[in-house]
Design a protein around this ligand. Structure first.
Ligand SMILES: [Ca+2]
Ligand SMILES: [Ca+2]
Length: 216
């Protein structure tokens, strides 16, 4: 068998090609063979697509929030906000019983994370007798799970962020409830702002990065 049939490139170079064509072919072959040594091929992390399923969590617009209070004060107020002008200001008096509820249709996605910012300040001395409970309930208000608790024994006077996993409720309509209660002496303030339910879908795309290998 003609060796040029087994090695097409050899045949290509042997035939009556102009010299510059043969050199260009050889150079292209060398670059092709050297490519893996010049570049590191690395898969990049997948990027999740997320959206917020809980609008008005900054309380600048009270739409979507239902308020029940034993007192006659406004629970959504401009007294001390973390963002914008408004936040939820629960309790702040003795014998408080405040309930702030958002009804949310959680999409059928891969993961859902509830996050919110809270700030507590108190006249108590860390007894834990005043508290804020964050819980998820079904659409009728029946409690399903406590997500977080804050009490007068928690960090005081500084905005803190908390988060909880809501993935188990994907595809369901649920209530997110903030419940504040105080006893009959030494009041505690509970502020809440910037509530979000981040619903994320994992993408199937994998990105490949060609990183040049450099030496110092
Ligand atoms: Ca706000
Ligand atoms: Ca108290």
């Amino acid at each position: 068998m003609d060796s040029s049939a087994r090695f097409p490139l050899r045949g290509f170079l042997r035939r009556s090609r102009p010299a510059w064509v043969r050199w260009a072919a050889v150079l292209a072959l060398v670059m092709l063979l050297a490519l893996p040594g010049l570049f590191l091929v690395a898969p990049a992390a997948r990027a999740d697509l997320c959206s917020n399923a809980l609008p008005n969590g900054g309380f600048e617009n009270p739409d979507g929030w239902a308020v029940q209070s034993a007192g006659s004060y406004a629970v959504i107020s401009d007294f001390w906000a973390r963002s914008g002008q408004y936040s939820a200001y629960l309790a702040g008096v003795d014998n408080a019983s405040d309930r702030l509820t958002a009804t949310v249709s959680l999409p059928q996605v891969d993961s859902i994370t509830l996050s919110f910012w809270w700030l507590m300040q108190t006249e108590e001395s860390g007894t834990g007798s005043d508290g804020l409970t964050v819980q998820v309930a079904d659409a009728n208000g029946n409690p399903l799970q406590v997500l977080a608790t804050v009490s007068d024994a928690s960090v005081s006077g500084v905005w803190q962020q908390a988060s909880a996993d809501l993935t188990a409720y994907a595809g369901q309509t649920v209530q997110i409830q903030f419940l504040a209660q105080t006893d009959d002496t030494l009041s505690t303030d509970f502020y809440v702002d910037d509530v979000e339910a981040s619903a994320c879908t994992a993408t199937d795309e994998t990105f490949w990065l060609f990183l040049p290998i450099t030496r110092r």
